[in-house]
Ligand binder design. Structure first.
Ligand SMILES: Cc1cc2nc3c(=O)[nH]c(=O)nc-3n(C[C@H](O)[C@H](O)[C@H](O)COP(=O)(O)OP(=O)(O)OC[C@H]3O[C@@H](n4cnc5c(N)ncnc54)[C@H](O)[C@@H]3O)c2cc1C
Length: 387
């Protein structure tokens, strides 16, 4: 079959691209190839859904700001035939805590964030204690609280994008790309597991942590690898004040979820690769002590569930690669390597890539510095906030 645009991967990034391409009615036919409409193994439903402006790179801040305003209106903007698309948008803020000597960097980031329109507060120990009395603060040098930040239900957002894109004419094929071919300067054809083929004028790779394997089929060598991350849902015994999404320099990350909390403490020493098995005692030995250290009232809690998802980690610099495959097949575009930020950055990446494809250049958000060329040139554009 033939399509004007082929998108490989229909997670939140691929679906946000499909939606932004289709919404202006200028894109022609769009096919999204996605093997699993339940998204059982995809990163999106396994992510925490946090949207925060607390980055050090202006692009990452701007993309999060676009994501915040987009997701705030999502329920009504993504309605189909009057049926709304609720995503549980919750503006409950983010709190970054410096507890491992990085306070100067956090303060510099704070200044840059303020200059980029982020309404955050830089808090010393006393101010932090006064604002969130349940926190232990004696080992905290500094904290930054961004009250406008939020979180959403990422699975609902993915399904909302998908449903809206389909209502605009995008076709989702339940199939997998098993080979990808091109010649001369152009990618030509994707071969699917079913035996079907899709020829397209424009090819877009957005397959999350699977992207490197698929890119390799046409010689696109991406520095993107799957990194397993455990998340735990636990309920406190005691009542605790309303907390924001907390992230510390010592890698603890958790946020309120229903009547409890969801989060974890990633082990950065674990080697890359697929692994969906949760460690039998990781929560008890590592996460719980860290959580109880930061919030002593969580000394008593009940662990209810643990699950594993995979970051698509960009090993060059932990930020997304968005743009054209410059120097390769000239009709191949990519939005890959989002590491831990792909939910909040999906709307901006979708819009930017749609502009690049349809208008020939970025119009609203200039993501040139996130382009492919930094990979062959080994020129990292490094994020300096807590990742
Ligand atoms: C524990 C954890 C917490 C996170 N927390 C946050 C957070 O708070 N905020 C945030 O913004 N981000 C967060 N993230 C990151 C976020 O989940 C990802 O960056 C985002 O979901 C990536 O979306 P995606 O569409 O690129 O990938 P995915 O959702 O993984 O989608 C990729 C799709 O490609 C498909 N695919 C695979 N093989 C093929 C093939 N051969 N052909 C066609 N399609 C294929 C897959 O089926 C899949 O559906 C978190 C991630 C994890 C693991």
């Amino acid at each position: 079959m033939h399509s004007d645009i082929l998108i490989i991967g229909g997670g939140i990034v691929g679906s946000a691209i499909a939606y932004h391409l289709a919404r202006g009615g200028r894109s022609g036919d769009i096919i999204v190839v996605e093997p699993d409409p339940t998204y059982a193994l995809a990163a999106t439903p396994r992510g925490n859904g946090g949207i925060r402006q607390l980055f050090s790179l202006p692009e990452n801040i701007a993309m999060a700001q676009y994501g915040l305003s987009f997701f705030r209106r999502f329920e009504t903007d993504m309605a189909v035939d009057g049926d709304p698309a609720p995503i549980g948008f919750r503006r409950q803020g983010y709190l970054f805590i410096s507890d491992r000597g990085g306070e100067r960097q956090m303060e510099n980031n704070f200044r840059l964030q303020a200059a980029n329109g982020v309404g955050a507060d830089c808090l010393d120990r006393d101010a932090l204690q006064a604002r969130f009395p349940s926190l232990r603060t004696d080992d905290v040098a500094l904290a930054v609280h961004s009250p406008d930040d939020a979180w959403i239900d990422p699975y609902a957002a993915l399904q909302g994008f998908r449903r809206k894109a389909r209502s605009l004419g995008v076709r989702y094929l339940t199939d997998a790309v098993v080979d990808w071919r091109g010649d001369g300067h152009l990618a030509r054809r994707a071969i699917l597991a079913s035996g079907a083929t899709v020829d397209a004028d424009i090819h877009v790779l957005a397959a999350g942590a699977w992207s490197a394997d698929i890119g390799a089929m046409i010689g696109l060598a991406l520095p993107v690898e799957p990194m397993a991350r455990e998340t735990h849902f636990f309920r406190p015994a005691a009542k605790i004040e309303k907390l924001p999404f907390i992230k510390t320099e010592s890698h603890l990350a958790f946020r309120p979820e229903g009547g409890g909390f969801a989060g974890g403490l990633p082990d950065w020493s674990v080697s890359a690769g697929w692994n969906f098995d949760a460690s039998p005692d990781g929560f008890e030995k590592i996460v719980w002590p860290a959580v109880a250290h930061r919030v002593p009232a969580l000394e008593t809690l009940k662990l209810e569930r643990t699950w594993v998802g995979h970051y698509a980690r960009n090993t060059l610099d932990l930020s997304a690669i968005v743009g054209a495959w410059t120097g390769g097949f000239e009709n191949v575009f990519m939005a890959v390597g989002f590491s831990g930020h792909g939910i909040m950055h999906a709307p901006a990446a979708g819009r930017a890539l749609a502009e690049l494809i349809l208008d020939g250049g970025f119009q609203t958000l200039d993501l040139s510095r996130f382009g492919w060329s930094r990979v062959p040139e080994a020129r990292p554009y490094r994020e300096r906030s807590i990742v």
